[in-house]
Design a protein around this ligand. Structure first.
Ligand code: FPP
Length: 243
């Protein structure tokens, strides 16, 4: 009841609510850009453009709320199958973001930026900007914002195992895999807008005990109030971790 009241007042006054419990690691599947554009008779790239604005707003808000890690699913290992123009539009948006990220996200909010996923296959100019952004922000103490690009959860686990084999391991433990993932090993809350209720190869290992929150809103229309709704719901969940 209290949470409902706080949420309403936050919506009315636009103040930032105080949460009793925050997820340490939040994962967001940014879905619905294509449908958002189609509804408006626009090309899919327009949906991605608007989606990238939403990403910036929500990433900053995660930092301001004090969330330690936020992983945003931006491009899967399967997304290369999309039409060339759409892939190019997405790569342009990643580049634009990386070019502006320093001022936009890191200087103002002291957040850390990382691109997580398979680096092979990404254009060289993007890789160079990724390296620069990661280096520039590595000592920041705000939110660790991980953008999952050319990412697949199964592939992430395979990469971890291959690394362990290369290190000479012949027997592995759960901790070995956890310590060799691209992101932190446990995700507390996964948010998926746009009405789909599946994981789509996102944070497979990390989602073992994640809470899920779904919504029909399309990602370009997702607002900080939607984020607050997910967080209020998270606060109410009774997490037992199998116990
Ligand atoms: C899924 O929606 C979304 C994507 C494959 C791309 C997500 C990328 C962005 C939001 C841009 C991110 C930008 C930065 C700077 C990180 P969809 O296209 O599958 O939508 P649909 O299911 O409605 O067709």
């Amino acid at each position: 009841m209290m949470a409902l009241f706080s949420k309403k007042s936050a919506e009315l006054s636009q103040e930032r609510p105080a949460f009793d419990v925050l997820p340490e690691h939040i994962g967001i599947i940014m879905d619905g850009n294509g449908r958002w554009a189609k509804k408006r008779g626009l090309p899919r790239s327009a949906g991605h453009k608007q989606g990238s604005e939403t990403f910036r707003t929500i990433a900053k808000e995660c930092g301001r709320l004090g969330i330690k890690h936020a992983t945003f699913y931006a491009f899967s290992t399967e997304n290369w199958k999309r039409p060339k123009e759409e892939v190019e539009a997405l790569m342009r948006l990643f580049k634009e973001y990386l070019l502006e990220a320093k001022e936009d996200i890191t200087a103002a909010d002291n957040n850390k930026i990382r691109f997580v996923g398979i680096k092979e296959g990404l254009p060289d100019d993007i890789l160079a900007l990724v390296e620069e952004a990661e280096e520039d922000t590595k000592n920041n103490t705000g939110c660790d914002i991980a953008v999952a690009v050319n990412y697949g959860g199964r592939q992430e686990i395979v990469c971890a195992v291959n690394k362990l084999i290369a290190d000479g391991k012949t027997q592995i433990t759960e901790d070995d895999i956890s310590n060799n993932l691209f992101t932190v090993p446990d995700c507390d809350l996964i948010i998926r807008p746009s009405g789909e209720q599946r994981l789509s190869n996102f944070l497979l290992w990390q989602a073992a005990y994640s809470e899920f929150w779904y919504s029909d809103v399309l990602w370009p229309d997702f607002t900080v109030n939607d984020l607050y709704s997910a967080l209020f719901e998270f606060e109410k969940r009774n997490r037992r971790f199998g116990g």
